[in-house]
Design a protein around this ligand. Structure first.
Ligand code: HEM
Ligand SMILES: [Cu+2]
Length: 552
Protein backbone atom coordinates (compact mmCIF):
# COMPACT_ATOMS: atom_id res chain seq x y z
CA UNK A 1 0.00 0.00 0.00
CA UNK A 2 2.63 2.46 1.07
CA UNK A 3 4.70 1.43 -1.91
CA UNK A 4 1.93 2.41 -4.32
CA UNK A 5 1.60 5.74 -2.62
CA UNK A 6 5.30 6.30 -3.11
CA UNK A 7 5.16 5.83 -6.88
CA UNK A 8 1.90 7.67 -7.31
CA UNK A 9 2.31 10.29 -10.02
CA UNK A 10 2.43 13.93 -8.94
CA UNK A 11 -1.01 15.56 -8.79
CA UNK A 12 -0.63 17.35 -12.13
CA UNK A 13 -0.48 14.03 -13.92
CA UNK A 14 -3.23 12.39 -11.91
CA UNK A 15 -5.88 10.92 -14.19
CA UNK A 16 -8.69 12.20 -11.96
CA UNK A 17 -8.41 15.78 -13.23
CA UNK A 18 -9.26 15.90 -16.92
CA UNK A 19 -7.96 18.96 -18.66
CA UNK A 20 -10.50 21.50 -19.84
CA UNK A 21 -9.58 20.59 -23.42
CA UNK A 22 -10.55 16.97 -22.83
CA UNK A 23 -13.84 17.79 -21.16
CA UNK A 24 -15.71 17.14 -24.41
CA UNK A 25 -14.48 17.10 -27.97
CA UNK A 26 -17.66 17.89 -29.88
CA UNK A 27 -18.50 21.24 -31.43
CA UNK A 28 -21.59 21.39 -29.24
CA UNK A 29 -19.48 20.97 -26.12
CA UNK A 30 -17.57 24.10 -27.19
CA UNK A 31 -20.56 26.17 -28.29
CA UNK A 32 -22.47 25.53 -25.07
CA UNK A 33 -19.55 25.72 -22.68
CA UNK A 34 -19.64 27.93 -19.62
CA UNK A 35 -15.97 27.31 -18.82
CA UNK A 36 -14.19 30.67 -18.80
CA UNK A 37 -11.15 29.06 -20.42
CA UNK A 38 -13.07 27.74 -23.39
CA UNK A 39 -14.93 31.02 -23.76
CA UNK A 40 -11.57 32.80 -23.84
CA UNK A 41 -10.59 30.53 -26.72
CA UNK A 42 -13.88 31.10 -28.56
CA UNK A 43 -13.17 34.82 -28.36
CA UNK A 44 -9.61 34.29 -29.54
CA UNK A 45 -10.79 32.46 -32.65
CA UNK A 46 -13.36 35.15 -33.47
CA UNK A 47 -11.03 38.12 -33.01
CA UNK A 48 -8.27 36.44 -35.03
CA UNK A 49 -10.70 36.14 -37.92
CA UNK A 50 -11.61 39.82 -37.70
CA UNK A 51 -7.99 40.86 -37.35
CA UNK A 52 -7.25 39.28 -40.70
CA UNK A 53 -10.40 40.64 -42.38
CA UNK A 54 -9.50 44.16 -41.28
CA UNK A 55 -5.87 43.60 -42.24
CA UNK A 56 -6.84 42.43 -45.69
CA UNK A 57 -8.92 45.59 -46.22
CA UNK A 58 -6.04 47.84 -45.33
CA UNK A 59 -3.70 45.73 -47.44
CA UNK A 60 -5.74 46.75 -50.48
CA UNK A 61 -5.70 50.37 -49.33
CA UNK A 62 -1.93 50.29 -48.98
CA UNK A 63 -1.60 48.84 -52.45
CA UNK A 64 -3.67 51.74 -53.75
CA UNK A 65 -1.47 54.25 -51.92
CA UNK A 66 1.65 53.13 -53.76
CA UNK A 67 0.58 55.38 -56.61
CA UNK A 68 -0.24 59.06 -56.03
CA UNK A 69 -2.99 59.09 -58.63
CA UNK A 70 -5.27 56.48 -57.13
CA UNK A 71 -5.46 54.04 -60.00
CA UNK A 72 -6.92 50.97 -58.35
CA UNK A 73 -9.96 52.13 -56.41
CA UNK A 74 -12.71 54.70 -56.68
CA UNK A 75 -12.84 57.51 -54.09
CA UNK A 76 -15.83 55.85 -52.56
CA UNK A 77 -14.21 52.42 -52.59
CA UNK A 78 -11.15 53.74 -50.78
CA UNK A 79 -13.31 55.38 -48.12
CA UNK A 80 -15.15 52.13 -47.59
CA UNK A 81 -11.95 50.16 -47.18
CA UNK A 82 -10.40 52.28 -44.46
CA UNK A 83 -13.74 52.54 -42.71
CA UNK A 84 -14.12 48.78 -42.72
CA UNK A 85 -10.55 48.46 -41.45
CA UNK A 86 -11.10 50.96 -38.63
CA UNK A 87 -14.49 49.71 -37.45
CA UNK A 88 -13.45 46.07 -37.41
CA UNK A 89 -10.03 46.67 -35.85
CA UNK A 90 -11.39 48.85 -33.06
CA UNK A 91 -14.61 47.15 -32.07
CA UNK A 92 -14.16 43.58 -33.18
CA UNK A 93 -10.47 43.16 -32.51
CA UNK A 94 -8.92 45.69 -30.14
CA UNK A 95 -11.67 46.22 -27.57
CA UNK A 96 -12.25 42.52 -26.88
CA UNK A 97 -8.66 41.50 -27.65
CA UNK A 98 -6.89 41.08 -24.33
CA UNK A 99 -9.78 41.37 -21.83
CA UNK A 100 -12.11 38.86 -23.48
CA UNK A 101 -9.43 36.32 -24.36
CA UNK A 102 -6.64 36.43 -21.77
CA UNK A 103 -8.79 38.25 -19.21
CA UNK A 104 -11.38 35.50 -19.42
CA UNK A 105 -8.87 32.71 -19.45
CA UNK A 106 -6.56 34.00 -16.75
CA UNK A 107 -8.39 36.08 -14.17
CA UNK A 108 -10.03 33.12 -12.38
CA UNK A 109 -6.76 31.17 -12.54
CA UNK A 110 -4.72 34.08 -11.24
CA UNK A 111 -6.98 34.79 -8.28
CA UNK A 112 -7.47 31.12 -7.42
CA UNK A 113 -11.12 30.73 -8.48
CA UNK A 114 -12.93 27.92 -10.29
CA UNK A 115 -14.66 30.15 -12.85
CA UNK A 116 -15.92 33.69 -13.33
CA UNK A 117 -18.80 34.98 -11.22
CA UNK A 118 -21.43 34.62 -13.98
CA UNK A 119 -20.38 31.82 -16.34
CA UNK A 120 -23.58 31.85 -18.41
CA UNK A 121 -23.45 35.62 -18.87
CA UNK A 122 -19.91 35.05 -20.05
CA UNK A 123 -21.04 32.68 -22.80
CA UNK A 124 -23.91 35.03 -23.66
CA UNK A 125 -21.42 37.87 -24.12
CA UNK A 126 -19.68 35.86 -26.84
CA UNK A 127 -22.93 35.28 -28.68
CA UNK A 128 -23.84 38.96 -28.37
CA UNK A 129 -20.45 39.80 -29.84
CA UNK A 130 -21.15 37.46 -32.76
CA UNK A 131 -24.58 39.00 -33.38
CA UNK A 132 -23.00 42.46 -33.44
CA UNK A 133 -20.31 41.19 -35.79
CA UNK A 134 -23.07 39.73 -37.95
CA UNK A 135 -24.69 43.15 -38.40
CA UNK A 136 -21.37 44.72 -39.26
CA UNK A 137 -20.50 41.93 -41.69
CA UNK A 138 -23.87 42.45 -43.31
CA UNK A 139 -23.03 46.15 -43.70
CA UNK A 140 -19.76 45.17 -45.36
CA UNK A 141 -21.24 42.59 -47.70
CA UNK A 142 -24.11 44.89 -48.61
CA UNK A 143 -21.62 47.41 -49.96
CA UNK A 144 -19.84 48.94 -47.00
CA UNK A 145 -19.79 52.22 -45.12
CA UNK A 146 -17.76 55.32 -45.91
CA UNK A 147 -18.00 57.41 -42.75
CA UNK A 148 -14.69 56.44 -41.18
CA UNK A 149 -14.79 54.51 -37.91
CA UNK A 150 -15.78 57.74 -36.14
CA UNK A 151 -19.25 58.05 -37.79
CA UNK A 152 -19.02 61.84 -37.78
CA UNK A 153 -22.28 63.74 -38.29
CA UNK A 154 -23.87 65.38 -40.22
CA UNK A 155 -22.25 63.18 -42.88
CA UNK A 156 -23.17 59.85 -41.29
CA UNK A 157 -26.71 60.80 -40.36
CA UNK A 158 -27.71 62.83 -43.42
CA UNK A 159 -25.50 62.37 -46.45
CA UNK A 160 -23.57 59.10 -46.39
CA UNK A 161 -25.03 56.60 -48.82
CA UNK A 162 -23.55 53.45 -47.27
CA UNK A 163 -24.97 51.03 -44.73
CA UNK A 164 -24.54 53.28 -41.72
CA UNK A 165 -27.48 51.85 -39.80
CA UNK A 166 -26.33 48.24 -40.04
CA UNK A 167 -22.74 49.12 -39.15
CA UNK A 168 -23.81 51.24 -36.18
CA UNK A 169 -26.21 48.52 -35.06
CA UNK A 170 -23.32 46.05 -35.08
CA UNK A 171 -21.17 48.26 -32.90
CA UNK A 172 -24.16 48.99 -30.64
CA UNK A 173 -24.84 45.30 -30.05
CA UNK A 174 -21.16 44.43 -29.58
CA UNK A 175 -21.06 47.09 -26.85
CA UNK A 176 -23.31 44.93 -24.70
CA UNK A 177 -20.88 42.06 -24.86
CA UNK A 178 -18.18 44.43 -23.69
CA UNK A 179 -20.34 45.56 -20.77
CA UNK A 180 -21.16 41.95 -19.86
CA UNK A 181 -17.48 41.01 -19.83
CA UNK A 182 -16.68 44.07 -17.70
CA UNK A 183 -19.39 43.32 -15.14
CA UNK A 184 -18.30 39.71 -14.97
CA UNK A 185 -14.63 40.41 -14.42
CA UNK A 186 -15.27 43.14 -11.84
CA UNK A 187 -17.56 40.86 -9.84
CA UNK A 188 -15.16 37.95 -10.15
CA UNK A 189 -12.28 40.00 -8.80
CA UNK A 190 -14.38 41.24 -5.89
CA UNK A 191 -16.02 38.00 -4.88
CA UNK A 192 -13.91 35.03 -5.87
CA UNK A 193 -10.37 35.71 -4.69
CA UNK A 194 -8.79 32.72 -2.94
CA UNK A 195 -8.14 32.93 0.80
CA UNK A 196 -5.15 35.18 1.40
CA UNK A 197 -5.39 36.90 -2.00
CA UNK A 198 -5.72 40.45 -0.72
CA UNK A 199 -6.12 43.38 -3.10
CA UNK A 200 -2.47 44.27 -2.77
CA UNK A 201 -1.38 40.75 -3.56
CA UNK A 202 -3.14 40.66 -6.93
CA UNK A 203 -0.92 40.30 -9.98
CA UNK A 204 -0.85 43.55 -11.96
CA UNK A 205 -2.57 41.86 -14.89
CA UNK A 206 -5.62 41.39 -12.65
CA UNK A 207 -5.51 45.04 -11.63
CA UNK A 208 -5.17 46.10 -15.24
CA UNK A 209 -8.20 44.09 -16.32
CA UNK A 210 -10.09 45.40 -13.30
CA UNK A 211 -9.39 49.02 -14.27
CA UNK A 212 -10.28 48.23 -17.88
CA UNK A 213 -13.55 46.65 -16.85
CA UNK A 214 -14.51 49.78 -14.92
CA UNK A 215 -13.99 51.85 -18.06
CA UNK A 216 -15.95 49.35 -20.16
CA UNK A 217 -18.92 49.45 -17.84
CA UNK A 218 -18.94 53.23 -17.42
CA UNK A 219 -18.12 54.43 -20.94
CA UNK A 220 -19.77 51.95 -23.31
CA UNK A 221 -23.35 53.04 -22.54
CA UNK A 222 -22.48 56.53 -23.80
CA UNK A 223 -21.37 55.07 -27.12
CA UNK A 224 -24.56 53.01 -27.33
CA UNK A 225 -26.68 56.11 -26.80
CA UNK A 226 -24.71 58.10 -29.38
CA UNK A 227 -25.11 55.42 -32.02
CA UNK A 228 -28.85 55.22 -31.30
CA UNK A 229 -29.12 58.97 -31.84
CA UNK A 230 -27.39 58.68 -35.21
CA UNK A 231 -29.74 55.92 -36.26
CA UNK A 232 -32.71 57.97 -35.04
CA UNK A 233 -31.60 60.98 -37.04
CA UNK A 234 -30.87 58.92 -40.13
CA UNK A 235 -34.03 56.84 -40.12
CA UNK A 236 -36.59 59.13 -38.47
CA UNK A 237 -35.04 62.56 -39.06
CA UNK A 238 -34.98 63.31 -35.37
CA UNK A 239 -33.10 66.61 -35.36
CA UNK A 240 -30.28 65.96 -32.92
CA UNK A 241 -27.13 66.79 -34.82
CA UNK A 242 -28.46 68.56 -37.91
CA UNK A 243 -27.72 72.29 -37.55
CA UNK A 244 -30.47 73.26 -40.03
CA UNK A 245 -33.04 72.00 -37.60
CA UNK A 246 -31.46 73.28 -34.43
CA UNK A 247 -29.21 70.28 -33.84
CA UNK A 248 -25.52 70.45 -33.02
CA UNK A 249 -22.92 68.40 -34.89
CA UNK A 250 -20.30 69.20 -32.24
CA UNK A 251 -22.51 67.49 -29.70
CA UNK A 252 -21.89 64.28 -31.60
CA UNK A 253 -18.15 64.67 -31.27
CA UNK A 254 -18.45 65.27 -27.54
CA UNK A 255 -20.54 62.15 -27.07
CA UNK A 256 -18.45 60.03 -29.40
CA UNK A 257 -15.12 60.93 -27.85
CA UNK A 258 -16.48 60.72 -24.32
CA UNK A 259 -16.54 56.99 -25.05
CA UNK A 260 -13.77 56.70 -27.58
CA UNK A 261 -10.99 58.34 -25.66
CA UNK A 262 -11.55 56.10 -22.61
CA UNK A 263 -11.81 53.28 -25.16
CA UNK A 264 -8.16 53.90 -25.96
CA UNK A 265 -7.51 52.87 -22.38
CA UNK A 266 -9.79 49.85 -22.78
CA UNK A 267 -7.29 48.90 -25.47
CA UNK A 268 -4.05 49.76 -23.70
CA UNK A 269 -4.52 49.12 -19.95
CA UNK A 270 -4.73 45.33 -20.42
CA UNK A 271 -1.56 45.52 -22.47
CA UNK A 272 0.14 47.27 -19.57
CA UNK A 273 -0.93 44.42 -17.31
CA UNK A 274 0.59 41.83 -19.63
CA UNK A 275 3.86 43.72 -19.82
CA UNK A 276 4.24 43.84 -16.04
CA UNK A 277 3.83 40.05 -15.80
CA UNK A 278 6.28 39.36 -18.62
CA UNK A 279 8.96 41.82 -17.48
CA UNK A 280 9.07 40.58 -13.92
CA UNK A 281 9.20 36.93 -15.00
CA UNK A 282 11.94 37.36 -17.62
CA UNK A 283 13.98 39.82 -15.58
CA UNK A 284 13.47 37.65 -12.48
CA UNK A 285 12.66 40.70 -10.41
CA UNK A 286 9.72 42.04 -8.45
CA UNK A 287 7.88 44.74 -10.41
CA UNK A 288 9.43 48.00 -9.28
CA UNK A 289 6.93 50.15 -7.37
CA UNK A 290 4.12 47.58 -7.36
CA UNK A 291 1.68 49.78 -5.43
CA UNK A 292 2.52 52.80 -7.55
CA UNK A 293 1.77 50.70 -10.63
CA UNK A 294 -1.74 50.02 -9.31
CA UNK A 295 -2.42 53.70 -8.65
CA UNK A 296 -1.06 54.55 -12.08
CA UNK A 297 -3.48 52.09 -13.71
CA UNK A 298 -6.41 53.56 -11.80
CA UNK A 299 -5.16 57.10 -12.42
CA UNK A 300 -5.03 56.52 -16.17
CA UNK A 301 -8.50 54.97 -16.12
CA UNK A 302 -9.94 57.94 -14.21
CA UNK A 303 -8.14 60.87 -15.87
CA UNK A 304 -8.86 59.18 -19.21
CA UNK A 305 -12.47 60.23 -18.78
CA UNK A 306 -11.60 63.93 -18.78
CA UNK A 307 -9.49 64.42 -21.87
CA UNK A 308 -11.90 63.71 -24.74
CA UNK A 309 -11.89 67.32 -25.94
CA UNK A 310 -8.35 66.94 -27.32
CA UNK A 311 -9.98 65.40 -30.38
CA UNK A 312 -11.81 68.65 -31.03
CA UNK A 313 -9.17 71.38 -30.97
CA UNK A 314 -10.08 72.37 -34.52
CA UNK A 315 -13.76 71.47 -34.38
CA UNK A 316 -14.90 74.83 -33.07
CA UNK A 317 -15.02 74.16 -29.36
CA UNK A 318 -14.30 77.13 -27.11
CA UNK A 319 -10.61 77.88 -26.82
CA UNK A 320 -10.85 77.85 -23.05
CA UNK A 321 -12.23 74.34 -23.19
CA UNK A 322 -9.34 73.41 -25.47
CA UNK A 323 -6.86 74.81 -22.95
CA UNK A 324 -8.33 72.71 -20.17
CA UNK A 325 -8.42 69.57 -22.29
CA UNK A 326 -4.85 70.13 -23.38
CA UNK A 327 -3.71 70.51 -19.78
CA UNK A 328 -5.60 67.39 -18.68
CA UNK A 329 -4.13 65.41 -21.57
CA UNK A 330 -0.69 66.31 -20.31
CA UNK A 331 -1.78 65.11 -16.87
CA UNK A 332 -2.68 61.66 -18.16
CA UNK A 333 0.87 61.35 -19.41
CA UNK A 334 2.11 61.42 -15.80
CA UNK A 335 0.80 58.00 -14.70
CA UNK A 336 1.75 56.57 -18.11
CA UNK A 337 5.28 57.86 -17.65
CA UNK A 338 5.37 56.39 -14.15
CA UNK A 339 4.62 53.02 -15.66
CA UNK A 340 7.33 53.30 -18.28
CA UNK A 341 9.80 54.41 -15.63
CA UNK A 342 8.86 51.55 -13.31
CA UNK A 343 9.14 48.94 -16.06
CA UNK A 344 12.58 50.25 -16.88
CA UNK A 345 13.53 50.11 -13.22
CA UNK A 346 12.22 46.54 -13.09
CA UNK A 347 14.61 45.59 -15.88
CA UNK A 348 17.51 47.48 -14.36
CA UNK A 349 19.97 44.94 -12.94
CA UNK A 350 17.53 42.15 -13.59
CA UNK A 351 18.80 38.83 -14.82
CA UNK A 352 17.17 39.13 -18.19
CA UNK A 353 16.58 36.38 -20.71
CA UNK A 354 15.23 37.06 -24.16
CA UNK A 355 12.58 34.47 -24.76
CA UNK A 356 9.90 35.38 -27.31
CA UNK A 357 7.41 36.94 -24.84
CA UNK A 358 10.20 39.18 -23.57
CA UNK A 359 11.11 40.34 -27.09
CA UNK A 360 7.51 41.31 -27.74
CA UNK A 361 7.39 43.09 -24.39
CA UNK A 362 10.57 45.02 -25.16
CA UNK A 363 9.01 45.96 -28.49
CA UNK A 364 5.98 47.22 -26.60
CA UNK A 365 8.11 49.37 -24.31
CA UNK A 366 9.86 51.20 -27.14
CA UNK A 367 6.87 51.58 -29.41
CA UNK A 368 4.44 52.55 -26.67
CA UNK A 369 6.88 55.21 -25.52
CA UNK A 370 7.06 56.71 -29.01
CA UNK A 371 3.27 56.53 -29.26
CA UNK A 372 2.90 58.21 -25.89
CA UNK A 373 5.44 60.95 -26.53
CA UNK A 374 3.89 61.82 -29.89
CA UNK A 375 0.61 61.90 -27.96
CA UNK A 376 2.05 64.88 -26.12
CA UNK A 377 2.69 66.54 -29.48
CA UNK A 378 -0.94 66.21 -30.51
CA UNK A 379 -2.13 67.20 -27.04
CA UNK A 380 -0.42 70.54 -27.44
CA UNK A 381 -2.76 72.87 -29.31
CA UNK A 382 -0.35 74.63 -31.67
CA UNK A 383 1.15 71.39 -32.93
CA UNK A 384 -2.20 69.69 -33.20
CA UNK A 385 -3.60 72.48 -35.33
CA UNK A 386 -0.77 71.77 -37.72
CA UNK A 387 -1.02 67.96 -37.80
CA UNK A 388 -4.76 67.38 -37.34
CA UNK A 389 -6.10 64.89 -39.86
CA UNK A 390 -2.67 64.14 -41.25
CA UNK A 391 -0.67 60.94 -41.29
CA UNK A 392 1.09 62.15 -38.15
CA UNK A 393 -2.04 61.20 -36.25
CA UNK A 394 -2.33 57.90 -38.10
CA UNK A 395 1.25 57.06 -37.09
CA UNK A 396 0.64 58.17 -33.50
CA UNK A 397 -2.37 55.99 -32.93
CA UNK A 398 -0.88 52.98 -34.68
CA UNK A 399 2.14 53.21 -32.38
CA UNK A 400 -0.22 52.94 -29.42
CA UNK A 401 -2.69 50.43 -30.81
CA UNK A 402 -0.46 48.21 -32.89
CA UNK A 403 3.03 48.85 -31.47
CA UNK A 404 1.51 48.86 -27.98
CA UNK A 405 -1.56 46.67 -27.76
CA UNK A 406 -0.90 44.22 -30.58
CA UNK A 407 2.70 43.68 -29.37
CA UNK A 408 1.39 43.01 -25.88
CA UNK A 409 -1.23 40.68 -27.30
CA UNK A 410 1.54 38.63 -28.89
CA UNK A 411 3.61 38.78 -25.70
CA UNK A 412 0.63 37.35 -23.83
CA UNK A 413 -0.04 34.75 -26.49
CA UNK A 414 3.50 33.43 -26.27
CA UNK A 415 3.79 33.72 -22.49
CA UNK A 416 0.58 31.81 -21.72
CA UNK A 417 0.48 29.52 -24.78
CA UNK A 418 2.07 26.61 -22.86
CA UNK A 419 -0.51 27.09 -20.10
CA UNK A 420 -3.45 27.32 -22.50
CA UNK A 421 -2.53 24.44 -24.78
CA UNK A 422 -0.08 22.36 -22.74
CA UNK A 423 2.38 22.57 -25.63
CA UNK A 424 5.73 24.31 -26.19
CA UNK A 425 6.27 26.21 -29.43
CA UNK A 426 9.49 26.66 -31.36
CA UNK A 427 11.41 29.38 -29.55
CA UNK A 428 13.57 30.13 -32.60
CA UNK A 429 10.60 30.74 -34.88
CA UNK A 430 8.86 32.78 -32.24
CA UNK A 431 11.86 35.07 -31.77
CA UNK A 432 12.24 35.40 -35.51
CA UNK A 433 8.59 36.42 -35.91
CA UNK A 434 8.85 38.93 -33.06
CA UNK A 435 11.84 40.63 -34.65
CA UNK A 436 10.30 40.69 -38.14
CA UNK A 437 7.13 42.14 -36.68
CA UNK A 438 9.08 44.92 -34.98
CA UNK A 439 10.98 45.76 -38.15
CA UNK A 440 7.88 45.58 -40.35
CA UNK A 441 5.97 47.78 -37.95
CA UNK A 442 8.58 50.52 -37.93
CA UNK A 443 8.99 50.44 -41.69
CA UNK A 444 5.24 50.88 -42.05
CA UNK A 445 4.59 53.60 -39.54
CA UNK A 446 7.75 55.69 -38.99
CA UNK A 447 7.55 57.25 -42.50
CA UNK A 448 3.98 58.26 -41.69
CA UNK A 449 5.22 60.68 -39.03
CA UNK A 450 7.39 62.39 -41.58
CA UNK A 451 4.82 62.66 -44.33
CA UNK A 452 2.14 63.69 -41.85
CA UNK A 453 4.30 66.46 -40.52
CA UNK A 454 4.95 67.44 -44.13
CA UNK A 455 1.22 67.79 -44.74
CA UNK A 456 -0.03 64.48 -46.13
CA UNK A 457 -3.70 64.35 -45.10
CA UNK A 458 -5.25 61.10 -43.84
CA UNK A 459 -8.19 59.48 -45.63
CA UNK A 460 -6.97 60.66 -49.08
CA UNK A 461 -5.90 58.26 -51.78
CA UNK A 462 -4.91 60.87 -54.38
CA UNK A 463 -1.97 62.91 -53.14
CA UNK A 464 0.95 65.09 -54.27
CA UNK A 465 3.83 63.21 -55.88
CA UNK A 466 6.31 64.31 -53.20
CA UNK A 467 4.77 61.91 -50.66
CA UNK A 468 5.00 58.85 -52.85
CA UNK A 469 8.35 57.66 -51.57
CA UNK A 470 7.03 57.53 -47.99
CA UNK A 471 3.90 55.73 -49.09
CA UNK A 472 5.87 53.13 -50.99
CA UNK A 473 8.14 52.46 -48.01
CA UNK A 474 5.09 52.25 -45.78
CA UNK A 475 3.36 49.77 -48.07
CA UNK A 476 6.46 47.60 -48.25
CA UNK A 477 6.59 47.60 -44.46
CA UNK A 478 2.94 46.59 -44.37
CA UNK A 479 3.75 43.58 -46.52
CA UNK A 480 6.50 42.52 -44.11
CA UNK A 481 4.19 43.12 -41.16
CA UNK A 482 1.48 41.01 -42.73
CA UNK A 483 3.94 38.17 -43.27
CA UNK A 484 5.08 38.46 -39.66
CA UNK A 485 1.48 38.25 -38.42
CA UNK A 486 0.86 35.02 -40.29
CA UNK A 487 4.00 33.29 -38.94
CA UNK A 488 2.60 32.61 -35.46
CA UNK A 489 -0.44 30.96 -37.04
CA UNK A 490 1.96 28.46 -38.55
CA UNK A 491 4.38 27.65 -35.73
CA UNK A 492 1.79 27.90 -32.97
CA UNK A 493 -0.55 25.71 -35.02
CA UNK A 494 2.31 23.28 -35.55
CA UNK A 495 3.03 23.14 -31.83
CA UNK A 496 -0.53 21.99 -31.16
CA UNK A 497 0.18 18.75 -32.99
CA UNK A 498 3.92 18.23 -32.67
CA UNK A 499 5.04 20.52 -29.83
CA UNK A 500 6.71 19.09 -26.72
CA UNK A 501 4.47 18.83 -23.68
CA UNK A 502 4.72 21.80 -21.35
CA UNK A 503 5.04 21.24 -17.64
CA UNK A 504 2.87 23.23 -15.24
CA UNK A 505 5.37 26.07 -14.96
CA UNK A 506 7.77 26.26 -17.92
CA UNK A 507 8.94 29.84 -17.20
CA UNK A 508 9.33 29.42 -13.46
CA UNK A 509 6.73 32.12 -12.78
CA UNK A 510 5.09 32.93 -9.46
CA UNK A 511 1.40 33.37 -10.31
CA UNK A 512 -1.26 30.90 -9.22
CA UNK A 513 -2.06 30.03 -12.83
CA UNK A 514 1.30 28.27 -12.98
CA UNK A 515 0.53 26.16 -9.92
CA UNK A 516 -2.00 24.05 -11.75
CA UNK A 517 -1.35 21.61 -14.63
CA UNK A 518 -0.98 22.74 -18.24
CA UNK A 519 -3.57 22.71 -19.71
CA UNK A 520 -5.54 23.36 -16.51
CA UNK A 521 -8.21 20.94 -15.34
CA UNK A 522 -11.84 21.82 -15.95
CA UNK A 523 -12.29 23.48 -12.59
CA UNK A 524 -8.82 24.98 -12.48
CA UNK A 525 -7.69 23.75 -9.07
CA UNK A 526 -8.39 20.44 -7.37
CA UNK A 527 -8.16 22.32 -4.15
CA UNK A 528 -8.50 26.10 -3.92
CA UNK A 529 -4.98 27.40 -3.25
CA UNK A 530 -4.03 29.34 -0.15
CA UNK A 531 -2.18 32.49 -0.95
CA UNK A 532 0.67 33.25 1.40
CA UNK A 533 2.91 35.58 -0.57
CA UNK A 534 2.82 38.76 -2.61
CA UNK A 535 3.27 38.38 -6.37
CA UNK A 536 6.64 38.42 -8.13
CA UNK A 537 8.77 36.82 -5.44
CA UNK A 538 11.76 36.18 -7.68
CA UNK A 539 15.20 35.83 -6.13
CA UNK A 540 17.52 34.16 -8.64
CA UNK A 541 20.44 34.41 -6.23
CA UNK A 542 18.83 32.02 -3.73
CA UNK A 543 18.56 28.27 -3.99
CA UNK A 544 14.80 28.33 -4.42
CA UNK A 545 14.87 30.88 -7.21
CA UNK A 546 11.28 31.97 -6.84
CA UNK A 547 8.41 31.55 -4.47
CA UNK A 548 4.96 30.71 -5.87
CA UNK A 549 2.15 32.91 -4.60
CA UNK A 550 0.37 29.96 -3.09
CA UNK A 551 0.01 26.22 -3.20
CA UNK A 552 -3.06 24.10 -3.59
C1 HEM B 1 -0.60 45.97 -41.44
C2 HEM B 1 -0.90 46.80 -40.51
C3 HEM B 1 -1.70 48.07 -40.73
C4 HEM B 1 -1.63 48.98 -41.73
C5 HEM B 1 -0.72 48.97 -42.93
C6 HEM B 1 -2.61 50.01 -41.43
C7 HEM B 1 -2.84 51.12 -42.21
C8 HEM B 1 -3.84 52.03 -42.03
C9 HEM B 1 -4.19 53.09 -42.94
C10 HEM B 1 -3.51 53.38 -44.26
C11 HEM B 1 -5.25 53.74 -42.42
C12 HEM B 1 -6.01 54.89 -43.05
C13 HEM B 1 -5.39 56.18 -42.71
C14 HEM B 1 -6.13 57.32 -43.26
O1 HEM B 1 -6.09 57.54 -44.50
O2 HEM B 1 -6.74 58.02 -42.46
C15 HEM B 1 -5.53 53.14 -41.17
C16 HEM B 1 -6.51 53.54 -40.32
C17 HEM B 1 -6.81 52.93 -39.11
N1 HEM B 1 -6.19 51.80 -38.57
FE1 HEM B 1 -4.72 50.75 -39.44
N2 HEM B 1 -3.23 49.71 -40.28
C18 HEM B 1 -2.70 48.51 -39.81
C19 HEM B 1 -3.01 47.85 -38.68
C20 HEM B 1 -3.97 48.28 -37.79
C21 HEM B 1 -4.30 47.59 -36.60
C22 HEM B 1 -3.66 46.27 -36.13
C23 HEM B 1 -5.25 48.34 -35.98
C24 HEM B 1 -5.92 48.07 -34.70
C25 HEM B 1 -5.68 47.01 -34.00
C26 HEM B 1 -5.54 49.49 -36.79
C27 HEM B 1 -6.47 50.49 -36.52
C28 HEM B 1 -6.79 51.52 -37.37
C29 HEM B 1 -7.82 52.50 -37.14
C30 HEM B 1 -8.73 52.56 -35.93
C31 HEM B 1 -7.84 53.37 -38.24
C32 HEM B 1 -8.74 54.58 -38.45
C33 HEM B 1 -9.72 54.28 -39.53
C34 HEM B 1 -10.47 55.52 -39.88
O3 HEM B 1 -9.84 56.55 -40.15
O4 HEM B 1 -11.72 55.46 -39.90
N3 HEM B 1 -4.74 49.43 -37.89
N4 HEM B 1 -4.67 52.07 -40.96
CU1 LIG C 1 -8.14 60.85 -27.06
Amino acid sequence: MSQIAAVEPPPEESPTCTSYLDAGHTLVSWLTTTDHKRIGILYAIAITLFFFIAGFAIGLARLELMSPRGMLLTDEGYNRLFTLHGIVMVWFFLVPSIPATFGNFLIPLMIGARDVAFPRLNLLSWYIYLIGAGFTCYAIVAGGVDTGWTFYTPFSSLYANGNVVAAAAGVFVAGFSSIATGVNLITTTHMLRAPGMGWFRLPLFVWAIYATSLVMVLATPVLAMTLLLIVAERLFHLPVFNPHEGGDPILFQHLFWFYSHPAVYIMVLPAMGVISEVFSCFARRRVFGYVMMIYALLGIAIIGFFVWGHHMFVAGQSQYASLVFSFLSFMVAVPSAIKVFNWTATLYRGSISFEAPMIYAMGFLGLFTIGGLTGLFVASIPIDVHVTDTYFVVAHFHFIMVGGTVSAFFAALHFWWPKITGKLYSEAWARFAAIIMFLGFNTTFLPQFIMGYGGMPRRYHVYPQEFQVYHVISSMGALVLFAAYTLPLVYLGWSLFYGKRAGPNPWGATGLEWQTPSPPPEHNFDEIPRVDAPPYNYHPEKEEAFEPQGRS
